[in-house]
Design a protein around this ligand. Structure first.
Ligand code: BDR
Ligand code: CA
Length: 308
């Protein structure tokens, strides 16, 4: 099987870091570009973090800086989860320099020249992808699939209604919902299955491995345990998207109509995921519903242990 061409749009971010390392360790993926936006912290840090992670893993994937703000307004950051530097204060090697092409330009250029459709993975606010699509809409035909960590069918994790990535750029998310390409969503209820506990970090560390695996475990150790899980652990959101590409049999899915609330006020950024066909609308996304967590952490361990 030839490797699948992917572009990973991210805002590293502790769980973005684990997603990138999982992708770097996976020969099934041909990472054509890593495109970066602000989100968990400001763009100057997320970009530096992406470059450092690529250097740590000796990845040659080009890293492109992009949006430092959403389509409207400004990003809200999450230093209480990811630390002021976005990676929990864990020291990484200095990275190289970003590719001079800006993220949306790079996405369009790759799609324009692609002989085969390209898979887009979004694990931050999806401003860069939306910018690429609204400036050259026909390129949507070159997208194989869009896989996003986004939204929830119940409550949010940033406001009572909204999940962080969608809350940070709901208009950009709406552009992707409307682009009429296969869309896969990993919402909060799905990523809750990927629960990181002290025991799971210890098992990961016990794999040995090199600097990438040790750094990944240090980053996981830095993340505050979530009140949502009674302080027992936290959800490893973003790597679920990469795991879907590698091992879809670990997941169950449901085709659903998905909408996003763009109205200013308490529900802004809320995803309306109609899992039980109450709206009568046609499904526009495959929503990941359940995950074999042991299989997921085994995959993560295998791939991180294979990195330098
Ligand atoms: C999402 O928000 C960010 O803080 C994480 O990196 C993840 O992409 C989870 O809501
Ligand atoms: Ca993220």
């Amino acid at each position: 099987m030839p490797a699948r061409s992917v572009i990973i749009d991210c805002d590293p971010g502790t769980d973005d870091a684990l997603a990138l390392l999982l992708a770097f360790g996976s020969p099934e993926l041909d990472i054509r570009a890593i495109t970066v936006a602000g989100g968990n912290v400001g763009l100057e840090r997320t970009l530096q973090n992406a470059l450092s992670l690529a250097a740590l893993a000796s990845s040659a994937a080009p890293v492109h800086g992009g949006a430092d703000r959403p389509l409207l307004g400004t990003y809200g950051f999450a230093p209480e989860v990811h630390g002021d530097d976005g990676l929990g204060g864990i020291a990484l090697p200095a990275g190289g320099v970003p590719n001079p092409a800006l993220a949306a330009d790079a996405i369009r250029d790759i799609l324009r020249k692609a002989a085969e459709p390209v898979t887009l993975v979004g694990i931050g606010p999806v401003t860069n992808i939306a910018l690429a699509l609204i400036t050259e809409p026909p390129l949507a035909a070159k997208i194989a699939e869009i896989v996003l960590m986004a939204g929830s069918w119940g409550e949010g994790n940033t406001t009572p209604s909204a999940e962080f990535n969608v809350w940070n750029d709901p208009e950009a998310f709406a552009v992707l919902l409307a682009c009429d390409r296969p869309l896969v969503l990993a919402p909060l209820e799905l990523t809750a299955h990927a629960l990181v506990t002290d025991a799971r970090i210890a098992a990961l560390r016990a794999r040995g491995g090199g600097a990438c695996l040790r750094t990944a475990c240090d980053i996981l150790d830095s993340v505050p345990r979530s009140r949502r899980f009674g302080g027992l652990g936290f959800a490893l959101h973003d790597p679920c998207t990469i795991a879907w590409l590698l091992r879809p049999e670990l997941f169950t899915t449901r085709a659903c109509p998905v909408l996003v609330d763009l109205v200013p006020g308490p529900n802004r950024g809320r995803t309306i995921i109609d899992r039980w066909d109450r709206s009568g609308l046609a499904p526009n996304a495959a929503v990941l519903e359940t995950l074999d967590a042991d299989g997921f952490f085994a995959l993560l361990g295998d791939r991180l242990a294979a990195l330098p």
